[in-house]
Design a protein around this ligand. Structure first.
Ligand code: KIV
Length: 285
């Protein structure tokens, strides 16, 4: 049977049927193709691309145009997963009209199915306005990397009873505002499990334990493509950095030692044409 594209209804059904939801980031065409082939439910074109693709220190600097550029590339490659574009810092904090216009660009110009934004109760009006415009919104609470300056670093959140209770309230407010799912990042497992049980919409955890309705990882972390730092919650399934560097070394070695290219990688020319060419060259001398 031909595979169907995942919809927002499928994602909600997974929660009701207790089938774990799979989500991964991707940032370009080839990543989109591979994640699609692995039959992952949701692709997030995360603003983590600021760090893993563009080399920034954190996610704050990435722009709307950069995000849309990467979203378009992923959408060209990934035809079955549900596609979520991450709204960059300051694209949804200033005023509601601009917020809705920016959210709309992810669907109209970049082939996304939904957007994600970070924050709790403070972003509820933005969520409501975007949902009212017909755009599905994924929330994101706990460790919210765009406000890293305010949080004082990449640290787990909700570690005291009061902070955990506030996170639960934020999650309920986001659900009420219309989010179809919420990412819980770097939150103690019992807190994430309690939030997941109380919400009707799915939670997607990253560093939030097994009690969430789904899991997300950053593509580069899972594949071992980013070694500037590896958070505690990452499980590395491959060490592609090593594979790539060893292939690049082998290429350099082959070129330097005359082993590449060989006849196998070169275009042949009929003998008669080679001789005719030779005569032309001699005539030109
Ligand atoms: O930008 C990102 O990749 C994210 C995930 C870590 C959830 O927000």
């Amino acid at each position: 049977m031909a595979r169907k594209k995942v919809t927002v209804l499928d994602i909600q059904k997974r929660k009701e049927q207790k089938v774990p939801i799979t989500m991964l980031t991707a940032y370009d065409y080839s990543g989109g193709v591979l994640v699609d082939q692995a039959e992952i439910d949701i692709i997030l074109v995360g603003d983590s691309l600021a760090m893993v693709m563009l080399g920034h220190e954190n996610t704050v600097a990435v722009t709307m145009d950069e995000m849309l550029h990467h979203c378009r590339a992923v959408a060209r490659g990934a035809k079955h997963p549900f596609l979520v574009g991450d709204m960059p810092f300051m694209s949804y904090q200033i005023e509601l009209a601009e917020t809705v216009r920016n959210a709309g660009r992810f669907l109209k110009e970049a082939g996304m199915d939904a957007i994600k934004l970070e924050g709790g109760r403070d972003v509820a009006p933005a969520v409501q306005a975007i949902v009212r415009a017909g755009i599905p919104v994924m929330g994101h609470i706990g460790l919210t990397p765009q406000t890293i300056s305010q949080l004082g670093g990449f640290k787990a959140q909700g570690k005291t009873a009061v902070a955990a209770h506030r996170l639960l309230q934020d999650a309920l407010i986001l659900e009420e505002a219309g989010c179809f799912a919420i990412v819980l990042e770097a939150v103690p497992a019992p807190v994430a499990a309690a939030i997941s049980q109380r919400l009707h919409i799915p939670t997607i955890g990253i560093g939030a334990g097994a009690g969430c309705d789904g899991q997300v990882l950053v593509y580069h972390d899972l594949l071992g493509l980013f070694d500037r730092f590896t958070p505690k919650f990452v499980k590395q399934y491959a060490r592609l950095n090593e594979v790539i560097v060893s292939a690049l070394n082998a290429y350099r070695d082959d070129v330097v030692n005359g082993r590449f290219p060989t006849d196998e990688h070169t275009y042949p020319m009929p003998e008669a044409e080679v001789e005719a060419f030779q005569r032309l060259l001699e005539g030109n001398q």
